[in-house]
Structures are given as C-alpha cells and as structure tokens.
Design a binder for this molecule. Structure first.
Ligand code: PMP
Length: 301
C-alpha cells in the first residue's frame, strides 16, 4: 500500500482504533479501474486523473486538507500498481481521512488528511449476458441540502446500504433511489439511464447523483454511436415504460436491468442499445478502440 508518501507492506498499514470512528465521518475516497489491455502488454488505468480530481473536489466540499496535488496522487497510484506487480485487472481505492486521533464527532474544518492507496484484483463483468433485477427503494436519496451526493464520502453509503438491504429482502438485486421531489436519482453505487424510443435518458447532475465518470464516458460513447441522449428529471413511471434500463459505474461497468419493481424491462432481456454501449465501453477500456488516449494512464507489463 501507499500511505501518506511512502510504500509499505500491506500488513504494516496500521492505525490506532481511536483514529477510526470519528475520522470516518469525514473520509472521502475514489474507486478506479486498471484494465489489462487486449494486447496483453499494458495495464490501462482508466480516467485516473479525473478520479483524483474528483477526490480533490470531495475534500474541498468537506473542507479537508488533502496535502497532495493530482500529479502526486497519480504518481502514488502508479507506484502502488507497479509495487504489486499487477499483470491483470486491478481495482484502485485511494482514500483520505483526517490524521491522528480525533475524539470530536465534528471533525474540524481544515483537518489535515492522510491518503492511502489500496488495490486489489477484480473480475470484470463486461460481456455478461444476464441483467439484474432492480426495485425503487422506500428510502430516499440523500440530498445536496443535507448530505451532498456529489461528494464521494464513505458516510454517504449508509443511505445506499439501507436501500440495498431492503431491495435484497424483497428479492431484488439492486435499489433505485428517488430524491426528495420523488424523481429518479441513481442506484446504491452506480448511475442509471433508460432507453425509450431510441433515446437514452439519464437523471441530470442536479437530481442528487454522483458526478459519475462512467456516466460521462457512456454519454460520450453514445453520442459517438449516434444515439440521442437527454439529461433531465426522470419520473418513476418512466422506468416502467422504458425499452431498456442500465446501471453505469466504475465497479458495475455497464449493467443491464431486466426487471423493475417486478415488471419486465422491455422484453425482459438486455436490449440492443445497452449491448452496443457495453461493447463500445469494453473496446475502449481494453484499449482496442485506440480512442480517447488522454483518458488512459498506460503501464507496460
Ligand atoms: N453513484 C454512486 C453513489 C457511486 O458510489 C458510484 C461509484 N463511484 C457511481 C455513482 C458511479 O461513479 P463512477 O462512474 O465515477 O464510478
């Protein structure tokens, strides 16, 4: 692991128990993927810089002092990946938390942070053939007026976790949360879009969603494929009329939704627009399309 300026063996990255609880209310993080290129010769870190810039925006909104520039954090991630000798897909988790022992629940503004970079292997779900079952949650999404969803903070995941447990209890795979105006927002840890009459529609960034890097990637790819895209408020009942529905996020990649609140989405199997997007996303992240070179940090393996 990389911790606040140095690489150290994973089991030595320790912390006092009193440093955990209160500091965790003010901890922010990122989730990033390194894909093994189709040529087998490179690891492609996807939109690393954008993720680390989002970590900086999360720290800024939470008034945390993250004492590393984006360049320094890029270097920390690259060093961690190299030190682990990855030759295959790896998930990267940089996270920042107030340093030292904090006994105040109200972690003071300007608290200086430690930064940790952890990594582990992952199995990509791309090219999956099955979709998932989603359900609208009775829990509302956190709002910009209380606990901003634009911030990628661990404490936000209390909301998604409650919704996920409810969805699983009721026999579904993933929840979809509505905002305080009862408009559609996102899933527990992924954004969402529907397809109706050939148009892809996704809740706008002011609906109460994370400014997702996969969402922005997907919208770019769809426009390049000539698919019209709308970013706007989405009603719950539009989900029931959708021809296709899919989640999008770093971890979930492009995940088709085949049932919503027990109703089949379209014909009940992943649809053609989702399929084209997933294929384009796969070619992109595996370095096969050769496009958007500035989105990649390449490491030879
Ligand atoms: N919404 C939430 C709540 C998330 O946790 C994530 C995963 N980071 C996303 C959306 C998708 O964001 P991204 O595409 O940047 O991973």
């Amino acid at each position: 692991m990389w911790r606040s300026g140095e690489l150290l063996p994973w089991e030595e990255a320790r912390i006092h128990v009193n440093a955990v609880g209160h500091a965790s209310a003010a901890a922010v993080f990122e989730g990033i993927k390194a894909y093994r290129a189709a040529d087998g010769e490179r690891l492609l870190l996807f939109r690393l810089r954008e993720h680390l810039e989002r970590l900086r925006t999360s720290a800024r909104i939470c008034r945390l002092d993250l004492p590393y520039s984006t360049d320094e954090m890029v270097d920390a991630v690259v060093r961690t990946i190299r030190a682990n000798g990855y030759r295959d897909d790896a998930y990267i988790r940089p996270w920042a938390f107030p340093e030292g022992i904090i006994r105040e629940q109200m972690v003071p503004a300007g608290a200086r942070c430690e930064l940790v970079v952890d990594t582990w292997p992952f199995d990509s779900g791309l090219k999956r053939t099955q979709g998932c079952r989603a359900a609208v949650s009775s829990w509302l999404r956190i709002s910009d007026a209380s606990t901003p969803p634009r911030v990628k903070a661990f404490s936000n995941y209390h909301n998604g976790r409650l919704a996920l447990m409810e969805a699983r209890e009721n026999g579904h795979d993933w929840p979809i949360l509505l905002n305080e105006r009862h408009k559609v927002t996102e899933g527990a840890a992924a954004c969402l879009a529907l397809v109706r009459d050939g148009v892809v529609i996704t809740p706008s960034l002011t609906s109460g969603v994370l400014d997702s890097i996969t969402r922005s990637t997907a919208l770019t790819l769809l426009r390049e494929l000539g698919v019209p895209v709308e970013e706007r408020e989405v009603d719950r009942t539009e989900l029931y009329l959708a021809d296709e529905l899919f989640f999008m996020g770093t971890a979930w990649e492009i995940l088709p939704v085949t049932s919503i609140d027990g109703l089949p989405v379209g014909t009940g199997v992943p649809g053609p627009v989702t399929g084209r997007l997933e294929a384009a996303y796969t070619r992109l992240v595996r370095g096969e399309s050769g496009e958007h070179r500035d989105w990649f940090t390449e490491l030879h393996i």
